[in-house]
Design a protein around this ligand. Structure first.
Ligand SMILES: *Cc1c(COP(=O)(O)O)cnc(C)c1O
Length: 426
């Protein structure tokens, strides 16, 4: 697989190098040079396969010969070793595609766990990797669990002290072993700024083998392509399929569009955001004008400068698709809350991120279409909001209940780069 840097077409590298580097020169994203399309007859065969067999097939079509199929099989099996997507009917013509049955109850498990397999493949030659990531919640947990006990990998996760929920904190700050967590006395932006500073320090990067594991990493996106195929296979609908995606950094949507580019018959997508509506405003007006980030109840989508958007526009232009055909919309907290109640009334307990997508899908779906909205996280992860809004006491799954009884192992640090640097070198 060859990929090029979106900011410098001449920088072209293979898949494994792209996973290792994360970003190219000038902070450019890597994008596939070839966009393989599966012939119709073959597509039918692939759709009929089981999830794991099909995922190996799709990833080998994308990645090519860089990783032996026998090895890829092993990696996919280890990465996706949890219940895959589930389609749950919500109304007559809309179902939720639940992607949250993995170890940290969010769709990020698919991408993070596949990336962990590729990193350990790269580390076979005894390199060591330091994964340094900032998190406002879900990414930290998915990455920590994906790399837990990986050989030659040290994981360091920064998070804003007191600004993530106690359930979220317990999920990744109680693991120990090769997972180190640091509560930063500051905001999420300050955590992210520290990570950026570390990546800009070439010497430090070399010495510690830094990698970030966030959704700019191409391995995460490729893994996510697999569940769109599974969603299609499980839906078994004769109607045209439209998928509403709750978007933050737009990695999930990019993966869905890649699946479509491979020939998966998805009629259209709806890019759903909360009040952080840079993309919906851009699609409406043609003007890219990010405002300051606003805190909402769908906090994993509180991003006003989405990292993966350049990949979305590149794909539309490469495929000669019309960007006007991309559905979009933004939903306020007030309407999201109302939507959660509406969903409860029709018998489906959801959470704020999926509710944003459902709300737009419900309003935009046409008669001849069948709709899926992506359930990106388990509602119990947002117990504090869900219990209050729906007046219920949502039970905690074991994955959340157990860690919340364990001691928090986090270090504590002021947002100071020299201190972090010293820590990374130690
Ligand atoms: C990360 C996340 C999103 C946003 O996904 P992107 O790929 O960044 O667009 C949406 N919902 C939940 C629950 C998340 O954790």
């Amino acid at each position: 697989m060859k990929l090029y840097n979106l900011k410098n077409y001449c920088e072209q590298i293979n898949f494994l190098k792209a996973v290792k580097m994360g970003l190219g020169n000038n902070q450019g994203l890597f994008f596939p040079l070839n966009l393989p399309k599966i012939p119709k007859k073959k597509l039918q065969e692939i759709i009929e396969m089981d999830f794991l067999t099909r995922s190996v097939k799709i990833l080998s079509i994308l990645i090519g010969s860089e990783i032996k199929t026998s090895e890829l099989k092993k990696y996919v099996k280890q990465a996706f070793s949890f219940p895959g997507p589930k389609i749950v009917p919500v109304t007559k013509n809309i179902s939720c595609c639940e992607l949250f049955h993995g170890p940290t109850l969010a769709f990020k498990d698919f991408g993070a766990r596949f990336m962990a397999q590729i990193i350990s493949h790269l580390n076979k030659k005894n390199n060591t990797t330091t994964i340094l990531t900032a998190t406002s919640g879900d990414t930290g947990a998915a990455v920590a669990h994906a790399f837990y006990k990986s050989k030659n990998v040290r994981v360091i996760i920064l998070y804003p002290k007191g600004k993530i929920s106690t359930l979220q904190e317990a999920l990744f700050c109680t693991l120990g072993e090769n997972i180190t967590t640091i509560a930063i006395d500051g905001s999420f932006d300050e955590c992210q700024a520290l990570v950026k500073q570390a990546f800009n320090d070439n010497k430090l990067r070399q010495e510690t083998g830094l990698n970030s594991a966030n959704s700019i990493n191409i391995s995460r996106l490729l893994a996510q392509v697999c569940y769109f195929f599974e969603a299609y296979a499980l839906t078994k609908q004769k109607k045209k399929l439209v998928i509403a995606v709750p978007c933050g950094n737009f990695g999930n949507l990019t993966a869905g569009l890649l699946a479509k580019s491979m020939g998966l018959p998805i009629q259209s997508f709806i890019a759903a955001t909360n009040a952080n509506d840079t993309v919906p405003r851009f699609l409406k007006t043609g003007i890219w004008n990010p405002y300051n980030c606003i805190s909402t109840i769908s906090n994993a989508m509180d991003i006003s400068r989405p990292n993966n958007w350049p990949r979305v526009t590149e794909l539309f232009s490469r495929k000669k698709w019309n960007l006007n055909k991309l559905g979009f919309g933004s939903v306020s907290d007030q309407i999201t809350t109302q939507t959660l109640l509406d969903l409860q009334k029709i018998g489906y307990i959801s959470e704020p991120h999926a509710a944003v997508a459902y709300q737009l899908l419900k309003n935009q779906i046409k008669k001849d279409e069948f709709g899926l909205f992506l359930g990106t996280a388990h509602p119990a992860k947002f117990k504090n909001i869900i219990d209050k809004v729906l007046n219920i006491n949502i039970p905690l799954p074991k994955t959340l209940a157990e860690p919340s009884t364990l001691p928090i192992l986090s270090h504590y640090m002021k947002p100071n780069f020299e201190k972090l640097k010293k820590f990374l070198k130690s």
